[in-house]
Write a protein that binds this ligand. Structure first.
Ligand code: ATP
Length: 453
């Protein structure tokens, strides 16, 4: 069998996501809305597992980071001071021939002339700035005084609450504030499935430090974040670190890395790790007139801390996890004939469902009762799925296709009918190797929890 092309691979992934309930088009029955997506029963589990693991590693397992959860709508002054109102723009070009609306960097140049990438037309408008923030009004009057924006990043809520969080947490520099939440950008061209969406979630850490520690911490966080991706099952050879060149970096940043992943549609950014200096806090201090300084008890000095920001996209990481996990192999069907098996090889830590529980036969009361007992036994520890429908091989395949790492089958040996030594044991099947081993029911919870945490 020849390897599928990258676009075929992406089509298969998009179709699997819909067929099995990972990701649906938003408001699909009305024809959808470009750049907006809904997560179905399995997608929401995958997303939660990712966010929970990020929170665990970035907040719970550290002494130097606390969390917060800011509002999506904020005082317009925040966006004026941060620079978003004036400069959070992309240059946009219209094609007069096919009416396509394009980001200027998508225009192709052929034989010295600019062309529309959609129709090849050369009748293009001059680039003009398009602000990516969604504007809205707060309160009953729709005028300039009530304007604000849906936040285009979560970070600003952290900066404007810096003083409150510092006071209540009594942290000493260096320390961080972490947040996971929705962000909105009116992207000119949403594309590549969920990769560039208009509504998405970010996982951001603002790690405050002294100016002299900034560069060292930028390196530290880049390495920590690479480890994170490896720990959720992304292979290191598909991850790349791009040092953002001076001319492409925000003017206030002293160094930025993009962590990129080899998606089927190309190498693209998953996360930015940026040393933002003291720019954000200084801007907010200036605009609000409120001190955002840190008092160093040892040196008795007051100063505005610098900050290093690892900023990751939840949706992009979910997409990377699905792309990384998708694979096809050959496995025997019920009659021993080889067939193509679709498997999502998720790391057990982030797999939506951790374990399937199957009675060998659905019309045998004892098998069914035992399988249900096992479900009750495991449920407090992990997310399990009970399935009694169809041949056992089919049930395995259904779980393989959604990435469930383990399957438990209750058979006649479990009931002690063949060999009393095997009473209260089950077969535990591992998804990738398809190997099966006999395990005592009483050992299941410990064994599985050790593999998924
Ligand atoms: P890009 O250059 O791809 O537009 P960016 O550099 O503007 O991204 P940042 O502002 O650094 O992105 O945002 C941090 C992270 O938020 C990105 O690395 C990405 O994971 C996520 N993100 C940003 N924009 C989008 C989007 N439109 N859809 C999904 N995720 C996004």
């Amino acid at each position: 069998m020849s390897a599928p092309s990258d676009s075929q691979q992406m089509e298969k992934i998009v179709s699997l996501c819909k067929r099995r309930g990972f990701i649906f088009q938003s408001s699909e029955i009305y024809g959808g809305l470009n750049g907006l997506w809904d997560y179905g029963p399995l997608g929401v589990e995958l997303k939660r597992n990712l966010k929970n693991y990020w929170w665990r590693v970035m907040v719970h397992e550290r002494d130097d980071v606390v969390g917060m959860d800011g509002s999506i709508l904020m005082n317009r002054g925040v966006w004026k001071a941060s620079g978003h109102e004036d400069t959070f723009t992309d240059p946009m070009v219209d094609c007069r021939s096919c009416k396509a609306r394009l980001r200027a960097d998508q225009i192709v140049e052929k034989k010295g002339a600019n062309q529309c990438p959609v129709c090849g037309g050369k009748d293009l408008t001059e680039p003009r700035s398009f602000n990516l923030m969604f504007k809205t009004f707060v309160g009953a009057t729709e005028d300039e005084s009530s304007v604000t924006y849906l936040r285009p990043e979560t970070a600003q809520a952290i900066f404007v609450q810096f003083k409150n969080v510092l006071d209540v947490s009594r942290k000493k520099l260096p320390f961080g504030i972490a947040q996971i939440g929705k962000a909105f950008r009116n992207e000119i061209n949403p594309r590549n499935f969920t990769f560039r969406s208009r509504e998405f979630e970010q996982m951001e850490l603002e790690y405050f430090c002294r100016a002299e520690e900034g560069i060292k911490l930028l390196e530290y966080w880049k390495e920590e974040r690479l480890k994170f991706y490896e720990n959720i099952g992304i292979s290191r050879d598909k991850l790349h670190v791009l040092t953002v060149p001076d001319e492409e970096r925000a003017f206030y940043s002293k160094g930025t890395y993009d962590i990129e992943y080899d998606f089927p549609f190309g190498r693209q950014e998953l996360e930015g790790v940026a040393y933002r200096t003291d720019y954000d806090l200084s801007q907010h201090q200036k605009a609000s007139g409120k001190s955002l300084e840190y008092f160093d008890e040892e040196t008795k000095q007051k100063f505005i801390p610098h900050v290093v920001e690892p900023s990751a996209g939840v949706d992009r990481t979910v997409l990377a996890l699905i792309c990384e996990a998708y694979s096809e192999d050959q496995a025997p069907d019920e009659k021993g004939k080889m067939e193509t098996r679709i498997v999502l090889r998720f790391h057990p830590r982030i797999a939506p469902i951790k374990c399937g529980v199957f009675p060998l036969l659905k019309n045998n009361e004892q098998l069914v009762a035992k399988a249900k007992q096992i479900v009750d036994l495991l449920r407090p520890h992990l997310f399990v799925f009970y399935d009694e429908g169809g041949a056992i091989g089919r049930r395995y395949r259904r779980q393989d296709e959604i990435g469930t790492p383990f399957g438990i089958t209750v058979d006649f040996e479990t009931l002690g009918e063949k060999d009393s030594a095997l009473c209260d044991t089950v077969t535990l099947r591992e998804r990738d190797s398809m190997k099966q081993e006999r395990v005592a029911i009483k050992d299941l919870a410990n064994l599985l929890v050790a593999q998924i945490s």
